[in-house]
Each structure stands twice: as C-alpha cells, then as structure tokens.
Design a protein around this ligand. Structure first.
Ligand code: PRT
Ligand code: ZN
Length: 295
C-alpha cells in the first residue's frame, strides 16, 4: 500500500508565503519544489506541499484536496460567513505571523462620529461578508460594494464613501487620504484542517507536525536568562522574571552568599526587565535566544 502523506496548502507567493515556508523550516521541514512549482515534497516527514493562491486555500481544505492549510484568518472567516461549503474547514491554531486588521476607513476630512455616520453610505471592500456582519452588529444599514483590489482608491473615484480594507502599517490608507475609524476584524495566519476524521496514519503525521509547530511558537519569544545575584535576592528575582518556571539556582564557587540564576523566560525580555533585575541585586545578566523547545 502506498504510504499516506499529509497534504498542506500554503500560499505560493505573497504576504503569507515567507512566514509559511519559515514555519515549516523551523519545524525541520525542507520543501523541495517540483518543476511546475505548484507542488513541493518534504523529505523529513511524509508531507506534500501545494502552493496556491491564498483565496483558494479554505476551499481546497474543505473539499479534501488538501488536509491542512495556512491562510489569513480574514480570508478564512470571510469564506465561513459566505457559507459556500456544507462542511467548511476548521481552524486549528493561530500561527503568530501576517498580523493585520480589517479596518473601516473614511476620508480624512470626514468628521466621523461613530458607526451611525455610515447609515446609507457606500462601503467598498474585498470582504463583504465580514463587513456586513460588522454593520449588522452595529445596527447600521449601509451599502456594501465588492471590489477585488485597489479598494483604497474607491472614495477618490467616488465609487464609495468609505472603505473596509486590510491594514498593517496604515501607510496605504494615509497615502490615499483615508483614516481608520473602526476595527472590524483582527487577523493573523492560522492553520486550518479538513473537518473529517483523518486516518490513523494521517492523524499521527498531523499530531507530530502540530507538536513541532507548538515547539516553534513556544520558543519564539522565549529567552534563556542567566545572572549572578546575592542569595537573599533569589526570591524577589524569581517572582519578577517574566513567564519563568522554577529557575536553576547554583552556588558560585568560593562565595556562599552569591548564586547564579538560570531561567527560561516564556515572555519577551525587555531592557526595562534587565534594569529592574539590576535594581533587585542581579549582575552579569545574559539573555540568550532559544532555538527549540519541547516540554
Ligand atoms: O496572490 P494571492 O491571491 O495568493 O495573494 P493576495 O494578493 O490576495 O494576498 P496577499 O499576499 O496580499 O495577502 C495575504 C494575506 O496576508 C491577507 O489575506 C492577510 O491575511 C495578510 N496580510 C497582512 C495582508 C497585509 N498584512 C496587508 N498589508 N494582506 C494585505 N495587505 C495589504 C493591504 O490591503 C494594503 O492594501 O497591503 C497593503 C498595504 O498595507 P499597509 O497598511 O502596510 O500600507
Ligand atoms: Zn488572494
């Protein structure tokens, strides 16, 4: 019998593809792309990679053409709300990259004073379902105009009064004379899976991959922190360390009152953290990156 392989759909090129390839790489998976570049094979695990347009990913996963996929939450939710599939794909987890927001934006000169100002106005968007759901929640009736791209130019062309568009830095809105007036949806890349039960073999591959992804995500902000401190300060320092479990405390040779403290911090360690540690009596503080972590 042929070996079962897990099929993952990722974006071929665009704002999700670097993050998706990087995630697979951090999981120890190298994707060798086929000549047609639509298909890649992973050597290290029985996984095949399909390279698609992001918009096609939810449907490919829902239809079983792929088992799992990486897609923006915005695209996935839009598809869910549009109810195009009887058994849509399911969200497995957030992946922490390609963060962006779907924002309602209006011309800067509009003295915008809340959602009610949108009543009877025209809103251009590539996300009509998410936009309509937000309008409904706000109890506002407006006309939603679907645009596939270049949404931000709609007010200037008098196609719409306002837009509902994906924003990351806000530079595009600003360059088009628009200002954000409300957040409709917060998004980041997510892992989705087919809703049907996997075969035992496929489930085992899936579980192994999820374990690796969790390990990668957990180690992302994590740092290994080392410092010397007076023994009397150990308690205060341990309490202060961000997201650290039981640190290792070692006696320094020839100095019974001084110890070395080693700990894994699961949250970001900032300069203020180091300054605070110094105030608590720590010295010779070292912060090191962690490459991988498995509990
Ligand atoms: O070709 P394909 O269909 O696969 O790709 P696409 O062009 O439809 O999508 P792509 O690659 O642009 O985006 C894929 C996903 O990345 C989106 O669905 C979001 O989940 C996420 N993402 C993150 C973004 C952005 N950031 C983003 N900034 N998607 C789009 N943008 C656009 C935004 O609409 C604006 O027009 O980028 C422009 C610049 O943004 P600012 O605010 O930084 O100026
Ligand atoms: Zn797309």
């Amino acid at each position: 019998m042929a070996e079962e392989r897990l099929r993952i759909a990722i974006q071929k090129s665009g704002r999700l593809s670097d993050g998706s390839f990087e995630l697979l790489k951090s999981c120890g998976l190298k994707v060798s792309r086929g000549r047609d570049k639509l298909y890649g094979r992973v050597q290290e695990m029985p996984i095949d990679v399909l390279l698609l347009r992001d918009d096609d990913i939810p449907a490919f996963v829902a239809d079983n053409a792929c088992d799992i996929g990486i897609v923006g939450q915005n695209v996935f939710e839009e598809e869910l709300l549009s109810e195009t599939h009887e058994a849509p794909a399911e969200e497995v987890m957030q992946l922490g990259f390609a963060r962006c927001r779907l924002l309602l934006a209006a011309p800067k000169e509009w003295n915008f004073d809340g959602a009610n100002d949108l009543a009877s106005k025209r809103i251009a968007t590539s996300y009509p379902a998410l936009t309509k759901a937000w309008l409904e929640r706000e109890g506002v009736e407006a006309k939603v105009v679907m645009m596939k791209g270049s949404v931000e130019v709609a007010p200037r062309l008098k196609i719409a009064d306002a837009v509902c568009d994906i924003v990351s830095t806000g530079a595009t809105l600003d360059a088009n004379g628009l200002k954000p007036v409300a957040t409709v949806f917060d998004s980041e890349a997510i892992l989705i899976r087919n809703a049907e039960k996997f075969s035992a073999e496929k489930q085992a591959i899936f579980d192994a991959l999820i374990k690796r992804i969790n390990g990668v995500l957990r180690s992302k902000d994590a740092k290994y922190i080392m410092m010397n401190a007076p023994r009397s300060a150990v308690e205060a320092i341990t309490e202060f360390l961000p997201g650290a479990d039981a640190p290792t405390v070692l006696e320094l040779a020839g100095n019974p009152d001084k110890v070395a403290i080693h700990a894994v911090c699961r949250e970001s360690v900032f300069w203020d953290t180091l300054e605070e540690l110094k105030k608590l009596g720590a010295s010779a503080i070292l912060v090191l990156p962690i490459e991988k972590m498995m509990p």
